[in-house]
Write a protein that binds this ligand. Structure first.
Ligand code: ADP
Length: 897
């Protein structure tokens, strides 16, 4: 029972051929896959070899430090085994390809051949059967034909026989034909019978012998082929079996290497080799050299608390305290988790501590062996990691606490004291701010004569008047306390007592308190009156000025400052250097330092003064002498603004009336919105101008800093800006007047050069035209009183077309830069307000100047003046004339007209 029984039909035969074809295709697939597998294994083997050599090299590099390490030893043997593993896999891959794949190819060939034989055999048998069947049909056809011929011959014979009797030639003929036909029929009949008999025999043979024989044979061939196929595959998968004994042996060796690691013995050799004494503590010391060459404000290991750092420090404390709270919260949580884990881990405690318990823990682990990796050690690892986290958090908590302490202590020490200045600006600024009296006694330039001399005298007189004029303001401090000797105040203090935060009258002494009256209580109104009325209240006078006013220990004044948009009242006292105390405000709106509170700042100062107690315990500062405002510190209310006459960089410029002197003045205001730094810059112009007294320099009268807006009060120069004047009067300006203008500016600049003042912005727009067309130099916003000034903070807003090349290129300013600008200003005068380098933008003008170009002389310029301009525009500053020479030249030309 098999192929011969069930696969005889044509459909089965075709299915069998299809099956053989499918098997051949499967074999081809297998052959390709096994080849691929061999390739993969070879690559894997190569990768393993590389792993092994890397692993060995790595271990070799650390050989010295890892001497005696069991882990390293196990690792080395594992790497060697990996090398073996690679080798084995490579051999197997070779075997796979050499044997299995080759045999499979051969099997394919044999199978294809067997299939052909079967197909041919089957076709041969079938064709024989077909041949015989066709012979039968053909014979049958011949049979029919003979039969027909016989029937016709017989019919003819019978006809003749009947018609012509039993003789005759014709009858013989017919009879002969009849007999022949009869003979042929009989022969064919016999042939047909024989053929049928043969076919029947063949058909039986075909069905019972030939076809079954062919199929039986095929079945045998197929099954033998399957047998070979199976063996090939079995061999293929045997050689690629990674769990075979050889592989197991290799892996076994690797594992046993690691099993031999004993944690407690791991460091024995290492300890012997490298043991040292415990390390000594390292101290981090502030490098004193860092502070060499800078002012003594920065102290080693002490945070600098000053106006530059105070906000940063306060923010830092808040930031640190917030982090500290977070860390403490986290620490609390971790500690409670740790406690919980400790309670639920029986051996947990053994692994949490230091040396001995740790090694004990290691022993336990090594005894536990494998389970420790996943289960046993996971809880102790959790415990260890938690313990570490707790330690880290505690460490971080201690660090934060310490940092908070480091900052908080000096902040607490500072108390209500205003942070001292970090940058010693006062030194340089004080040099700019010497008393105006110095200037009023300034000797006149020899070249000034006539009306200018008279004007000078008038100015001097006005300043003397201002100086001598007593303050109109009432003071809540007794007159004796304003700049009085210390002894005088002491006598007042001896008799005063403090009751409930108020100074009361001494019974016998008839002593006045700071309200300046016999009865303090009856003078409540006075006390509550505006602080601005007090002579010792200096408004928002800049700190640098304040420091300059406080000369002796105990000198004090009160001022205001705006810090972070908040107005603060500050008591500035000289006590071993300037100290600034911010008046503290209680939630009830009262005022205090460290002592009692008062509803009014004046009362607080009064108390502080009368009691003779230090403002703060730390400072020890005692108030002895109230410093009144200087005469150039004008009261804002004394200045009545009139019309706007110009617009400056910091704010509008007004014509105004100065009430006490009954004169018209010009007032520069500073916009409220400007930041502190800009406000200081604004006042800088006042401070510089204050030093100068010259008919060709606009006069400074005072500053108003009692309240906002802060203002600079100057002499009113009625003709306004020279540039506008030139443009408006271009058609009517005689040469002599133009020369006079050049001479005025030269005189003013000669004066400034002698004072080492560099104007830095000399231009027609910054000069003013006064009575009798006298020109005065104004706008000292960029000026510096130095022989040479190097700009370090960028060159923003630089008047390029007026600025000398060395200042543009290197930021280097000297009076010779002003000389260059003077040349341009003289050009502007003769061009009647024309635009210099017209048609060129700043960059182009700069390029052309660098390449040697100089502006041509405006029409009508005297040749000597143009020559002078060209000398002012010498590229090398040293080749330019100084202002005394310039004045002499211009004056000479002017005098010859
Ligand atoms: P800023 O220096 O702030 O830029 P300026 O000194 O240039 O301000 O003044 C702006 C304008 O105000 C000037 O162009 C001028 O018209 C006018 N001005 C300034 N000072 C006086 C003064 N003392 N007398 C008359 N007008 C003045």
């Amino acid at each position: 029972m098999g192929f011969s029984t069930f696969l005889q039909g044509k459909t089965a035969h075709e299915a069998l051929l299809g099956r053989q074809e499918a098997e051949l295709r499967l074999m081809e697939t297998m052959r390709r896959c096994l080849t691929l597998r061999a390739k993969c294994d070879r690559e894997y083997a190569a990768a393993l070899t590389s792993v092994s050599s890397q692993g060995l090299r790595g271990a070799l590099e650390q050989q010295d430090l890892l001497s005696g390490s069991l882990v390293a030893q196990a690792w080395r043997s594992a790497m060697e085994e990996i090398e073996n593993l690679g080798r084995l896999i490579r051999q197997n891959a070779d075997q796979l390809e050499e044997e299995a794949v080759k045999q499979l190819s051969k099997l394919q060939v044999d199978k294809r051949k067997a299939r052909k034989e079967y197909r041919d055999g089957y076709a041969k048998i079938a064709s024989m059967f077909v041949q015989l069947s066709e012979d039968v049909s053909r014979k049958k056809g011949e049979y029919y034909k003979s039969l027909e011929a016989y029937k016709i011959a017989r019919m003819r014979f019978e006809d003749h026989y009947v018609k012509s009797g039993r003789s005759g030639r014709k009858l013989d003929e017919v009879c002969d034909k009849y007999q022949k036909a009869c003979r042929r029929l009989h022969l064919i009949h016999n042939e047909y019978v024989l053929l049928l008999s043969e076919v029947r025999e063949f058909e039986h043979e075909h069905r019972t012998v030939l076809l079954p024989g062919l199929l039986d044979c095929q079945q045998t061939v197929q099954e033998a082929s399957i047998d070979r196929w199976q063996s090939i595959l079995l061999e293929a998968f045997r050689v690629t079996n990674f769990s075979s004994k050889k592989f197991q042996e290799i892996h076994g060796k690797m594992e046993s290497g690691f099993e031999a690691v004993l944690p407690s013995a791991e460091y024995t050799v290492f300890l012997d080799k490298y043991k040292t004494d415990p390390i000594s503590p390292v101290s981090f010391i502030f490098d004193q050299e860092l502070l060499e060459g800078i002012s003594g404000k920065l102290q080693p290991d002490v945070v600098a608390v000053d106006n530059l750092t105070i906000d940063w420090l306060r923010n830092k404390v808040v930031e640190l305290e917030t982090s500290l709270q977070e860390q403490q919260q986290l620490l609390k949580e971790k500690e409670s988790i740790l406690t919980h884990v400790k309670m639920s881990t029986p051996q947990g405690n053994t692994c949490s501590g230091g040396g001995s318990s740790q090694s004990q823990c290691a022993e336990e682990k090594s005894n536990e062996r494998h389970p420790s990796i996943s289960e046993g050690s996971s809880s102790s690892a959790t415990l260890l990691s938690l313990q570490r986290e707790v330690n880290d958090l505690k460490c971080s908590e201690r660090k934060l606490k310490h940092l908070v302490e480091v900052i908080k202590k000096p902040l607490a020490d500072l108390g209500c004291e205003e942070a001292p200045p970090g940058c010693d600006l006062s030194m340089s600024l004080n040099s700019l701010t010497s008393d105006i009296l110095e200037n009023s006694s300034e000797p006149q330039t020899p070249s000034l004569k006539g009306s200018q001399l008279l004007k000078n005298k008038l100015h001097a007189q006005r300043f003397v008047t201002l100086l001598r004029k007593p303050f109109h303001r009432k003071s809540s401090l007794p007159q004796s306390c304003l700049s009085t000797p210390m002894l005088e105040k002491r006598s007042v203090l001896r008799r005063g007592t403090c009751d409930g935060g108020r100074m009361v009258q001494d019974i016998g002494g008839g002593v006045r308190d700071l309200c300046g009256s016999e009865d303090c209580a009856s003078n409540e109104d006075n006390l509550k009156s505006s602080l601005a009325d007090e002579e010792w209240f200096h408004g928002c006078l800049p700190r640098e000025e304040v420091v300059r006013l406080l000369t002796q220990d105990g000198d004090f004044l009160v001022r205001e400052t705006i810090r972070n948009d908040e107005r603060q009242t500050v008591l500035s006292v000289n006590w071993c250097g300037p100290k600034h105390f911010i008046v503290q405000t209680t939630p009830e709106g009262h005022f205090r330092f460290e002592g009692p509170t008062f509803p009014d700042v004046k009362e607080l100062i009064n108390y502080q003064f009368q009691s003779g107690l230090p403002v703060t315990a730390r400072s020890g500062a005692i108030l002895r002498r109230a410093i009144p405002r200087e005469r150039w510190e004008l009261n804002n209310d004394d200045v009545v603004l009139d019309v706007k006459i110009g617009r400056g960089n910091f704010g509008d410029v007004f014509k105004a009336h100065l009430k006490p002197d009954n004169i018209d003045v010009a007032v520069k205001t500073c916009r409220l919105t400007l930041p502190e730094e800009q406000r200081r810059k604004f006042l800088l112009e006042g401070r510089i101008l204050k030093r100068y007294d010259h008919p060709n320099i606009v006069k400074f009268i005072g500053i108003c800093v009692q309240k906002q807006p802060i203002m600079i009060v100057m002499e009113l120069v009625p003709g306004g800006s020279l540039l506008t004047y030139l443009r408006n009067h271009a058609a009517f300006l005689p040469l002599k007047q133009l020369l006079q203008m050049c001479r005025d500016v030269a005189a003013g600049m000669q004066y400034l050069e002698s004072k080492n003042c560099i104007h830095r912005d000399l231009a027609a727009r910054n000069c003013l035209v006064g009575h009798e067309n006298i020109v005065k130099i104004s706008d000292f916003g960029m000026s510096r009183e130095e022989e040479e000034y190097i700009v370090s903070d960028g060159m923003k807003q630089i008047p390029i077309k007026w600025t000398a090349p060395e200042a543009l290129h290197f930021g280097k300013y000297t009076s010779l830069c002003d000389v260059w600008s003077y040349g341009v200003l003289a050009w502007e005068i003769f061009a009647c307000g024309g635009v210099p380098y017209s048609g060129l933008n700043n960059t182009k003008a700069r390029e052309k100047i660098d390449s040697g170009y100089r502006m041509p002389a405006p029409e009508g310029t005297p040749p000597e003046l143009y020559q002078l301009m060209l000398r002012c525009w010498e590229y090398e500053p040293e080749k330019r004339p100084h202002f005394d020479e310039i004045f002499t030249i211009v004056d000479k030309v002017y005098s010859t007209l």
